[in-house]
Design a protein around this ligand. Structure first.
Ligand code: HEC
Ligand code: HEC
Length: 497
């Protein structure tokens, strides 16, 4: 933590966004007209092979940004912790905390980026990857700048591009000494960059992972950031609600081939909800892990540096982030606790039918929800789960409808989406039903960001649900059998979320 961090950064991000929004909206239109569908086969005959001709993702909803503020009903003290956590969430970290503009301490030895908000950026702080071309956060992938920040000498691997999504890498399996892939699971995150060459790590010598080898061996998968808007509501959905929702519509789900089960925390047996495989229990645990894994900052939850970093790169006492006993008020908690408070109190995205490119009618957007339910997307993407009546964290989070469009269960998504990584009870092809709130302002989709504006966006994401072994294949066949207008309505509806 560093109290010198200012509101200026928040202000800068806000104004930058407003100025660039207009240009982005125009560019967005241009991009949209280039996109075609992933499958592209006319369903006229069987209706089962791809979306209808001419249907397309309208693109990112513009006009205003419907995310990033505090949830309604916070007490003044809670609001103070939200603001304090926000300031720390955007703070840039350096190794020693004494580089101008980078007051946070503890970066590296390995890292993927240097602030929470660099990756969780769009459509506003707390979200996901920004884009070089799409409304509202226009700018290159922050991982391009992070590679050489403060003199670091990293090379940028093939999967990080200026207008592509922020990504982190995992290697599904260990590599044998003779450079073949073993069957022993690895599955962990391998940090893309090291602090070698930085002015605040003068003697550090540490190599980046061998991405040429990982690519040649096809032993690499990616994950993009999940947005954290509304995360406090998700945290407050009781296990009993998730189980009860899982058990509803049993006959229909069975006939569609839809199963699904919770992921569980191995130690206490309760349901885990956060991350692409619902692998993490709480916002605080995710914050502690992200601080260590994404930025290399050791903390009270994850106390030591990762991997086998050479001693030349171990420059701070650990943990680097601690409770600030001599401070007062909202400054006392560690960064990890402050991050969690910020995310917990972050409001869910606000849906709107305004600003969707091509101006679909209100009738079209409303019919989209009808089609969404008709083809049974909602058998996984449950529209609403209620939070607990008795809150665990704040009265503002109690007894609220979380309109998240997820059952918070993990499902088999087939060979096409499988990443061969197991996390807790989530196996190689299982993923958490991605919450769809906020997709109206999202640019990159699916766990590895494979669905982009250039290849069809939302439509590509939907079509990728269907592959050998996927519980969603039947529902996607029903989607493909809709008329072109109905499919378009469904896409327009998603862009209103
Ligand atoms: C290099 C980019 C990057 C940085 C920096 C980063 N994250 Fe993330 N974040 C991710 C990715 C990728 C995921 C998805 C990981 C997964 O599920 O495999 C994620 C997921 C999350 C989630 C889970 C949300 C949900 O509902 O699934 C939380 C919470 C989170 N990050 C908090 C943080 C915090 C706090 C920080 C700063 C300490 C941070 N992140 C820094 C990339 C980043
Ligand atoms: C069997 C359960 C299931 C069904 C049925 C299903 N989905 Fe999904 N959906 C998922 C899962 C799991 C993911 C995350 C997959 C991944 O990232 O690899 C997902 C991801 C998505 C995403 C991308 C969200 C993001 O954050 O990147 C969209 C959009 C989406 N689904 C829309 C739909 C629509 C529209 C339908 C109906 C036509 C549908 N889904 C049917 C389980 C399902």
């Amino acid at each position: 933590m560093n109290k010198r961090i200012s509101r200026e950064k928040v202000f800068l991000i806000a104004t930058g966004t407003a100025v660039l929004g207009l240009a982005a909206a125009v560019m967005g239109q241009a991009q949209n007209s280039l996109t075609g569908s992933g499958g592209g086969k006319n369903p006229g005959g069987t209706g089962m092979t791809g979306p209808a001709v001419g249907v397309r993702d309208p693109g990112v909803r513009a006009v205003s940004i419907g995310a990033g503020g505090p949830i309604a009903g916070l007490t003044p003290a809670e609001l103070q912790f939200f603001q304090n956590g926000l300031a720390r969430f955007i703070e840039i970290d350096s190794v020693g905390g004494n580089i101008s503009g980078e007051p946070g301490k503890g970066l590296g030895p390995g890292y993927n980026s240097n602030s929470c908000s660099s990756c969780h950026a769009s459509p506003s702080i707390g979200g996901t990857s920004p884009s070089a071309a799409q409304y509202p956060n226009i700018g290159p992938n922050p991982q391009i700048l992070a590679a050489t920040d403060a003199g670091a000498t990293n090379s940028i691997p093939y999967f990080i591009t200026a207008d592509g999504p922020v990504r982190e890498s995992r290697f599904p399996f260990m590599v044998n000494p003779n450079s073949t892939v073993s069957t022993t699971p690895d599955g962990g995150v391998h940090d893309i960059y090291t602090i070698a060459g930085r002015q605040d790590a003068p003697n550090c010598s540490m190599a980046q992972p061998n991405y040429e080898q990982a690519q040649a061996l096809s032993n690499i998968i990616f994950r993009i950031p999940t947005p954290v808007f509304g995360a406090g509501l998700i945290e407050n959905i009781p296990d009993s609600t998730i189980i009860a929702n899982m058990q509803t519509n049993a006959t229909l789900k069975k006939s569609l081939g839809i199963g699904g089960h919770p992921n569980y925390s191995g130690n206490d047996g309760t349901i885990t909800k956060f991350g692409w495989k619902a692998q993490n229990k709480s916002l605080e645990i995710f914050a502690g892990e992200a601080y260590n894994v994404e930025m290399g900052v050791t903390n009270e939850l994850f106390t030591n540096e990762r991997g086998l970093a050479p001693s030349s790169c171990l420059l701070n006492q650990t943990p680097e982030d601690l409770t600030n006993f001599s401070e007062a008020g909202a400054n006392i908690p560690s960064d990890v606790v402050a991050f969690a408070a910020f995310m917990r109190f972050l409001a869910p995205p606000v849906p709107s039918a305004k600003g969707i490119p091509n101006n679909p009618s209100a009738v079209s957007v409303a019919d989209g929800l009808v089609q969404f339910v008709k083809v049974h997307c909602d058998m996984c993407h449950t529209e609403i789960l209620e939070t607990a009546v008795t809150p665990t964290a704040s009265a503002a989070l109690a007894n609220k409808p979380a309109v998240l469009f997820s059952d918070l269960l993990v499902h088999h998504m087939g060979s096409g989406l499988a990443d061969n990584v197991s996390q807790g009870a989530a196996g190689p092809d299982e993923f958490r039903t991605a919450p769809l709130w906020g997709v109206g302002q999202r640019i990159f989709f699916l766990h590895d960001g494979r669905a982009t504006p250039a290849n069809g966006g939302l439509l590509a994401a939907i079509e990728a649900h269907a592959s050998q072994g996927s519980e969603a294949s039947e529902v996607i066949a029903l989607f493909n059998a809709l008329s072109a207008q109905q499919q378009q309505d469904l896409l327009n509806f998603l862009r209103s979320l």
